[in-house]
Design a protein around this ligand. Structure first.
Ligand code: ATP
Ligand code: MG
Ligand code: MG
Length: 554
């Protein structure tokens, strides 16, 4: 593989390797909170962390940041594992912040014993009022000078469940005048009388993110803890906590930040995606319109395409919006290489080949994938009546119309050259049928002079008698606005595109009956499609994955 220039995180690692780190010190983690399904932004973070693991032959942990039982569920844990695996990555250890609850508690007592933490019994409003502003120092809490003994007693009683939610918190005693607001005696434990999906009712106090993340990194001996930019101000706190706890013979993790990835025409925030699900805008987290990994999978996006996309955009120091068409480019690029070609007509018009013998079926040979010589071929039935796309026929058209017109010729893909002789219409003047003749000597691949004759257009088609009906779901962007999240004055839900799903009945060649669920195919001239999980043996359902950047359709 071609050596790309290093990104800035790799530069940091290279510098560390020059300054005392050994390759075996390197260890990374991907730390999702199991409060929703992973999205395309997480895919970037997964590719970054696991990509570093591959580059440096270093282990990468999958760590569930499960410290908030109010929002976290086993369902999300399972979905996240499946998504990371599906993207093609293997973690070294499966870790849970909740496995460290006892250690984190013990460290909290250590902090109290050092006089560096105290239990505060004020309301959250009172504490907020004492925080001050970035330019003005806060005021000390009246609980700030409680004795170690009193604090230990209160903290143990918090843990024992003696107090109600919201009545007490444990705070680190740092600096109420720090220019970094996060350093102004942050809360590190709160009372939450909620059952946890892994620890059940063992705990009724839960550690805050900041008190958990760096310590988890330390316990797992993560060398580089990579997170998104909004955590930059947390870095001081991350280091302050570790300063109180680490022993000098152990590796000390570093937090480094990169920019969050945004994708155009969608939102990437679990909370916002959850609203789309809850409000019924989509059918679920895996709706093919969702930018979730499960949605993209169901839509037919191959994992290779998502990885290539993440590689191409790389990581940045500043937030920006990447156009979704770049992701679609990678989807198309990969599917072009791997997807077998089939024919399906999505808006049918009947064509009768008048000189074709009645009642006869001919099984033509059709190449599965011109990009892949190993893909083989299949049999394709032709009979006297076929469907073509309505848009592929006009009574009259100018010279630029390379499809079928009266008196004109086209080739049927994998079949014969036909000529349109006449058409029939209903009372409103809609064309209901086209009558054609075919040249029996012009069969594709037969080598006859007639078969080599050049005609401008090639059309896809299906034999009406053999066609298999399918429900075909065609998607448009979920949001009509390029950056639905960009305007703080407008709720992103106002930008939902009301026409993001169109369902049509397609007519497919019968070979598609044997397709596996989740398998992508190209419907020639129509785009890439995938057999959806809603499919049944006798009722095929396809999702349109992405259109073709087609030149030969026009
Ligand atoms: P969300 O706001 O969607 O819930 P999050 O950051 O709270 O995102 P986590 O589950 O905590 O979600 O994220 C796990 C990892 O993925 C974190 O390291 C986080 O920084 C990273 N991540 C999340 N969203 C993005 C994004 N849009 N681009 C890049 N990395 C992201
Ligand atoms: Mg988070
Ligand atoms: Mg979150």
């Amino acid at each position: 593989k071609e050596e790309k220039s290093l990104n800035f995180i790799e530069h940091i690692i290279e510098d560390d390797l020059k300054n005392g780190y050994t390759p075996s010190d390197l260890r990374f983690r991907f730390p999702p909170e199991p409060n929703g399904y992973l999205h395309v932004g997480h895919a970037s973070s997964i590719c970054l962390n696991f990509g570093l693991g591959l580059r440096y032959k270093a282990p990468v942990n999958l760590r569930f940041d499960d410290t908030n039982p109010a929002k976290e569920e086993q369902e999300f844990v399972d979905a996240i594992k499946m998504d990371v695996e599906w993207l093609g990555f293997e973690w070294d250890r499966e870790c849970y912040a909740s496995d460290y609850f006892q250690q984190l508690y013990d460290w909290a007592e250590l902090l109290i014993n050092k006089g560096l933490a105290y239990v505060d019994g004020q309301s959250s409003e009172e504490m907020a009022a004492q925080k001050g502003t970035p330019t003005q120092a806060g005021t000390n809490s009246p609980f700030r000078n409680t004795t170690v003994e009193e604090n230990l007693d209160l903290f143990r009683r918090m843990k024992a469940g003696e107090f109600d939610e919201g009545s007490y918190v444990l705070r680190a005693k740092i600096d109420m005048a720090s220019p970094n607001m996060l350093m102004r005696d942050p809360v590190i434990y709160r009372i939450l009388k909620k059952s946890h999906h892994r620890t059940g009712n063992d705990w009724c106090i839960y550690p805050m993110y900041d008190w958990t993340h760096g310590e988890s990194d330390y316990l797992e001996q993560i060398s580089h803890s990579l997170c998104t930019l909004e955590f930059l101000p947390h870095r001081e706190l991350y280091d302050w906590f570790l300063n109180q706890l680490v022993s000098s013979d152990k590796l000390r993790p570093k937090q480094r930040e990169f920019a969050r990835r945004n994708l155009s025409h969608t939102v990437v925030s679990k909370r916002k995606l959850a609203r789309l699900v809850e409000d019924g805008v989509v059918t679920g987290w895996d709706d093919p319109r969702m930018p979730t990994i499960s949605g993209m999978r169901r839509r037919g996006y191959p994992p290779e395409a998502i990885r290539n996309f993440a590689d191409t955009i790389g990581i940045a120091k500043r937030e920006n919006v990447v156009d979704v068409s770049l992701l679609e480019f990678h989807v198309r690029d990969h599917l072009n290489k791997v997807a077998d070609r089939y024919m399906a007509v999505l808006d049918p018009l009947k064509v009768v080949i008048t000189n074709y013998p009645e009642g006869e079926t001919e099984w033509l040979e059709a190449e599965n994938n011109p990009e892949d010589t190993d893909a083989g071929s299949r049999k394709l039935p032709l009979s006297r009546e076929i469907f073509i796309e309505k848009a592929d026929f006009r009574e009259e058209a100018n010279r630029k119309f390379f499809r079928l017109k009266l008196g004109g010729e086209v080739r049927l893909k994998n079949g014969y050259i036909i000529k349109a002789e006449s058409c029939e219409k209903d009372a409103e003047g809609n064309i209901t049928q086209v009558n054609c003749t075919y040249d029996p000597l012009s069969k594709s691949g037969s080598g006859t002079p007639e078969s080599l004759r050049k005609v401008k257009g090639t059309l896809h088609w299906v034999s009406t008698d053999h066609a298999v009906k399918a429900e075909v779901r065609i998607y448009d962007r979920l949001f009509s606005h390029e950056n639905p999240d960009g305007d703080k004055e407008v709720d992103f839900m106002d930008y939902v595109n009301p026409d993001s799903l169109e369902t049509v009945t397609g007519y497919c060649e019968p070979a598609l009956l044997d397709l596996e669920i989740g398998k992508q195919v190209q419907f020639q001239r129509m785009g890439y499609f995938v057999l959806d999980t809603d499919s049944k043996k006798d009722q095929l359902v396809f999702n349109k994955t992405v259109g073709l950047r087609d030149t030969w359709a026009k």
